[in-house]
Design a protein around this ligand. Sequence first.
Ligand code: FMN
Length: 182
Amino acid sequence: MTRALVVYESVFGDARVIAYAIADGLSPVLAAEVLAAGEAPAEIGPDVELLVVGGPNHAFGMPRPSTRESAVTQHGATIADTTTGLHEWLQAVRVPRTGLAAAAFDTRGSGHRILTKMDHAARTEEKLLSKLGATIIAPAEHFFVADTRGPLADGEEDRARSWGRSLGGLADSRASAGEFGS
Ligand SMILES: Cc1cc2nc3c(=O)[nH]c(=O)nc-3n(C[C@H](O)[C@H](O)[C@H](O)COP(=O)(O)O)c2cc1C
């Protein structure tokens, strides 16, 4: 049986909640496993049909060691290892085939709409997925938090569940058309 893998990085728990809601939305079509980047495998199994990745925007991009350290020193976060996360996992992971279906999401502050337009975490995730040879099957989705430490803005968890449902539909039609990649 094929399955989906949802890999996330989350400092305050919001991207984690989104990752589980996406998996829930996917579940009628694809059994989805949710893993933090730190626990995700170095090699994705051949039974994975869809890879979804996401995490927060930090300083307009994906978290990196310096921004994780700022999260600890300036925002009171607890991070076991600030040297590694989703970016580092995506740079090193091995995928089972070219054309693996994939999609990216990020979380971002809802306060400053103009500033948040500059946020590009999900765009970088998509670039890293493309570098792996994955095929992006849907535009990236962005989920808003009320403040740096969360919580998610109203309705975002439901929106993530709906997005998961639509990703499941897309992956399913791709599989019906025989587009698994090679
Ligand atoms: C060091 C740091 C930098 C941040 N920079 C941005 C930013 O550039 N744009 C933005 O919208 N949110 C920014 N935020 C807010 C995060 O996006 C927010 O904390 C995150 O989406 C919450 O997700 P999480 O609970 O999964 O960590 C920043 C947060 C931290 C800790």
